[in-house]
Each structure stands twice: as C-alpha cells, then as structure tokens.
Ligand binder design. Structure first.
Ligand code: ZN
Length: 354
C-alpha cells in the first residue's frame, strides 16, 4: 500500500521529465499546456509520507525516541521487575551489546538505556575508533536474571572497560580482570600459555564514557561499582584532563568497590525517576542529599523497598569461581594470587560506599 502510494506520487514528476535532453533542467510544470493535462493530473499528489526510520538492530523501538513514561521500574534492583522495558539496540554508534549473552538480557528503563546509548555515542564522537561493549541489563520484564543478585528492575547495567592491546590499539571489550596498573590478560585456554593476549584499560575512553553519563541530566546515576584501583586511575585521569569539579565530585560520590571486586567491568545503577517512584519504584541506600533535593523539586520522596522477604541469592564467590575453573597454567595462578589482594571488601573512609 505504501509503495503504491509513493509510486503514484512520483508519476507527475516522471511524466514531466520524459524526453528531457541530457543537461537540461526538468521540464517545468507551466510548459505543459492546460489542455494536455488530464483531470487526474490536476489533483494535488497525496502528501508524501515521512521516510521510515532505519530499523533498530535487534528490533524494538529506538530508545532515543521514547519518553520516560514508556517504561516503569517497579520495586528495587534486588527484588523488582520492569514494565515497558526497552531493549538496548544490539549495535549503535560506538557500542554493541555483548555477543556472549542472550539478547533478552538487554532490557532497561528508557532513561537508563537511552543514557547508555548517548554516553557511548559521545565517546564515539570525541575519541572515535573503539567499540564499547555492554553486558547484562535486565530481562524484558525484569525479575530474576541468572548470575546476578540485582539487575531485576531495569536500572542496572554491566559495562565493559574500553581496552587496548599490546600495541595500544583498541581491542574487543571483554571481561578481563585488570590489576592495579590497569593491565590484564585474555588467557583464553587457562591451561595454555601460548594463546594469552595482554590487554590494558583505555583510560581516556573509559573516563569519557563515565563523564558523559554523569553529565547526562536525564538520568541520575546512583552507583558505579568498580574496583578501587580502576576508580583511582579514572579519577586521576579526570583531574589531570580538565574534568569539571562537579563531575569529579559526583564520580567520587557514586563509585565504590563492592564485595565482588568489579575489576573486569563496571556496574552502573540509576535511581528511580520521579515518575516511576509514584508507580512503585523503590530506591535502596545510598540516597544522596542532591538526589533528595532533586526529587523534592519534583514533589516526590524516595521510597525504600519493603523488608526483603526472600533470602539473598547465593552468588559464586571469587574463590569458588577459581576452584571451578579447572587446570590453569602458572601465569594464571600467579595473577589470581595477586587478585586475591584487591578482591576484598573495600574501602573504609569514603562516605557513601558500604
Ligand atoms: Zn552487574
């Protein structure tokens, strides 16, 4: 139907154009004598339809075109669910969803997904040449997602670090634990040292991503879970490269190392939007004074979740994962021994990190 209408709309123009000499402009409408014009040609062509938007990779709506009211995060990140969840497009400017995960694990609130897309795109504009890899967000309707205690309400996202190879060239974003220098190894077969690939964090691009995310006023970042030494690398890069004091302070507030060290990716959590709070979205601690102020201006207060009814899901510890991993060559064992030092509950002395 659409094609037929479009073809009809083109006919008057093509008819005028017939017989035109090369290099001549198309015949103007006034050169056609009124007597030559059939009654149907006199009718105005039907209005042209706007061109269809390009298809979104992986299907679903383009998150950048949606209003926040499209989605609702219900309950808390640990026990909640998601209504109207929007899938992160599988690829976009400067990013992809990890090909290592099932595609249904990429649903979030509009606010979160759109902010991730915008931040990746900002890095792509500023420092082109690399592709950010996003990991798990939530299931289409939230709820339980294998391997996580949270990620249940569309407000959590795992984000790989931008990585560089031994020649400082952008490398694929995979979950490789990074040591205090920001260096790690893709061991591939853990028992075979000949296939090991050294990698290190791309600090400028990773900082550019968090900087864009924290500067996005459409979403409020509650936490960025990241190992202490990568936090320190990013913070000092930001300080040395002219980041605003507001962004640096915000980064300092929202970053912390949780029990599982997050040395191979960052975990981003966003606050309930004011709209979603009214529909049952719950925020867990910490809730910063600036967030309370922002919500107060919108006429709402944060709502804590009801007391947990189900036991915390049992997650694999670093030690258990290590025990399960099978035979390893000496370099892997050495790395994991070093890792035990930073894979500890962190870090006294900071205000907001539990
Ligand atoms: Zn996570």
């Amino acid at each position: 139907m659409r094609i037929a209408r479009l073809a009809l709309a083109l006919i008057p123009f093509l008819a005028c154009d017939r017989g035109r000499e090369p290099g001549q402009p198309p015949a103007a409408a006034e050169s056609v004598a009124p007597s030559d014009v059939t009654p149907s040609a006199n009718e105005p062509p039907p209005p042209a339809e706007p061109p269809a938007p390009p298809p979104v990779p992986g299907g679903g709506p383009d998150p950048l075109t949606l209003d926040g009211s499209y989605s609702t995060s219900i309950g808390s990140p640990n026990e909640g669910s998601l209504e109207g969840g929007v899938p992160l497009p599988l690829t976009g400017p400067g990013y992809r969803f990890t090909p290592r995960k099932k595609v249904e694990r990429r649903h979030g609130t509009v606010e979160l997904v759109a902010a991730l897309v915008r931040a990746a795109s900002a890095v792509h504009d500023k420092l082109p040449g690399s592709t950010l890899t996003f990991g798990d967000i939530s299931m289409p309707e939230g709820g339980v997602i294998a391997g996580h205690g949270s990620h249940r309400a569309g407000r959590d996202a795992d984000v790989m670090f931008y990585l560089l190879d031994a020649h400082d060239q952008p490398a694929e974003g995979i979950a490789v634990p990074l040591d205090p220098k920001g260096e790690g190894t893709d061991y591939n077969d853990l028992a075979d040292p000949s296939d090991d690939v050294p990698l290190h964090i791309d600090v400028p691009r990773t900082w550019a991503f968090v900087e864009a995310l924290l500067g996005d006023e459409t979403v409020q970042i509650q936490q960025i879970y990241v190992v202490e030494h990568i936090r320190a690398l990013l913070l000092s890069y930001g300080k040395e490269h002219g980041a605003s004091t507001a962004i640096l302070a915000r980064f300092g507030d929202v970053t912390c190392q949780p029990r599982f060290p997050h040395d191979d990716h960052m975990h981003i959590r966003v606050f309930c939007s004011a709209q979603d709070i009214a529909k049952g979205c719950n925020d867990v601690a910490p809730i910063y004074p600036w967030q309370r102020k922002l919500l107060a201006a919108a006429g709402v207060k944060p709502v804590a979740p009801p007391k947990r009814t189900k036991p915390r899901p049992k997650l694999t510890s670093v030690e258990e994962a290590r025990a399960k991993a099978g035979p390893m060559d000496r370099a892997v064992v050495e790395f994991l021994d070093r890792r035990a030092v930073w894979a500890k509950p962190a870090h006294p002395g900071r205000r907001w990190c539990k």
